[in-house]
Design a protein around this ligand. Structure first.
Ligand code: PLP
Length: 385
């Protein structure tokens, strides 16, 4: 179906930070499958894990125990606040699971009528009917009424508005620690800590949607680690398996009690193939210096973009954390994305005027220099407004 506005590129092969099309034209990939290929394309350890697992067992029902799923859940719990993990196949599904858990837990603990989730304006939580209802952007909801009731939206990063958004019906606050699709929005320092305190004050669950910014993207394994907080629920997807589709909802032992046998499920969730890839990807991120590289290259890329900002007056702001970086401009970014693609650089544009850079976390200085040269060429063609 025509649900995507596609560029005229037929993808064929990938290696590291590069993608090649069927005609052999190479692209420097600073979009990384929208923050999926954190280890670059076809990382050898992820490919080896897939090859090894695929020769033994491709799929097995969740009626039975799956060792790779157990090992992955243990790894995630040992490296996060969580005690329990539910596996699914995408970010939207992970958020659906989080919303179901928040509602069910609240009903069991406080009785009926406490089901609302407060989310942020400009947030993005997925494309299912439930997660577009949770999303604070009208454009993703248009035409799909009636939406799921029970969501309220407040400006991102605004504590006063958040406090006002809480009603006797509220059961949870759901936030991206850094907003991705909404324009790479970084909240004020200390925001997450204050949100945590607010949740504690009103007995609300804090749900961190780390679908885009988890798995090392911000320079720490989880974005919530950048402030001294722990969420009650965290959702992951995108980069978790280094390319293959996966989603996960992580939570504490006591909350997990609310989703007992038969309350939720997924045929493919926690499939042995994808779990073996995720284990390889996560081990690589933590053991191979990927987080250090992400922080160092994030600083380098911001510096280089700031030099471009000094040169082009229509660049308004460079903002980012680790290797999720936005460049806000006074002009429409769409034509710049097309011009960059023609010159062999893949980037994208969110909310019309913010170019988003989410290269693989293994990117090096030489690749960043090359991307900046292409971008400079592209920006030089723009007539200042
Ligand atoms: C923060 C966030 N949550 C949820 C989603 C939805 O993930 P998926 O497309 O895997 O359903 C996305 C996708 O961009 C996202 O960025």
């Amino acid at each position: 179906m025509k649900t995507y506005g596609r560029y005229p590129v037929v993808a064929w092969r990938g290696e590291g930070c590069r993608l090649w099309d069927v005609d052999g034209k190479g692209y420097l990939d600073f979009l990384a499958g929208v923050a999926v290929n954190n280890l670059g394309h076809c990382h050898p350890k992820v490919v080896a894990a897939l090859q090894e697992q695929s020769s033994r067992l491709l799929h097995c029902s969740n009626f039975y125990h799956i060792p790779q799923q157990i090992e992955l859940a243990e790894w995630l719990c040992n490296h996060s606040f969580a005690d329990r993990v539910f596996f699914c196949n995408s970010g939207a599904e992970a958020n659906e699971a989080a919303i179901k858990l928040a509602r069910k837990h609240s009903r069991e603990r406080f009785g009926e009528g406490r089901f609302e989730v407060v989310t942020a304006l400009a947030s993005f939580h997925g494309r299912t009917i439930g997660t577009i209802s949770a999303t604070g952007q009208d454009k993703v909801k248009a035409g799909f009424d009636p939406l799921v009731p029970g969501f309220r939206y407040v400006p991102f990063g605004d504590m006063q508005a958040l406090r006002k958004g809480i009603t006797p019906q509220t059961c949870a606050i759901m936030l991206e620690p850094v907003q991705g699709e909404g324009g790479v929005n970084i909240p004020p320092a200390g925001f997450l800590e204050k949100v945590r305190a607010l949740c504690d004050e009103f007995d609300l669950l804090l749900i961190c949607d780390e679908v885009q910014v988890g798995c090392g993207r911000t320079g720490t394994l989880w974005a919530y680690e950048q402030e001294a907080i722990v969420p009650d629920i965290m959702t992951l997807a995108k980069a978790l398996a280094g390319g293959p589709p996966i989603g996960a909802m992580l939570t504490t032992e006591s909350l997990a009690e609310s989703l007992g046998p038969g309350t939720h499920g997924s045929t493919f969730g926690g499939n042995p193939l994808v779990c073996s890839a995720a284990l390889a990807a996560l081990h690589t991120i933590v053991d191979d210096g990927v987080l250090d590289n992400c922080r160092a290259m994030g600083t380098y890329l911001v510096q280089k973009l700031a030099q471009l900002q000094g040169k082009y007056s229509f660049i308004r702001e460079i903002r980012g954390r680790g290797l999720i970086i936005g460049m806000e401009m006074d002009i429409d970014g769409g034509p710049l994305v097309t011009a960059a693609l023609e010159r062999g650089l893949l980037i994208n544009c969110t909310v019309g005027k913010v170019l988003r850079f989410v290269p693989p976390l293994i990117v090096g200085c030489a690749e960043i220099d090359e991307a900046i040269r292409i971008l400079d060429d592209v920006l030089a063609t723009v007539e200042a407004p």
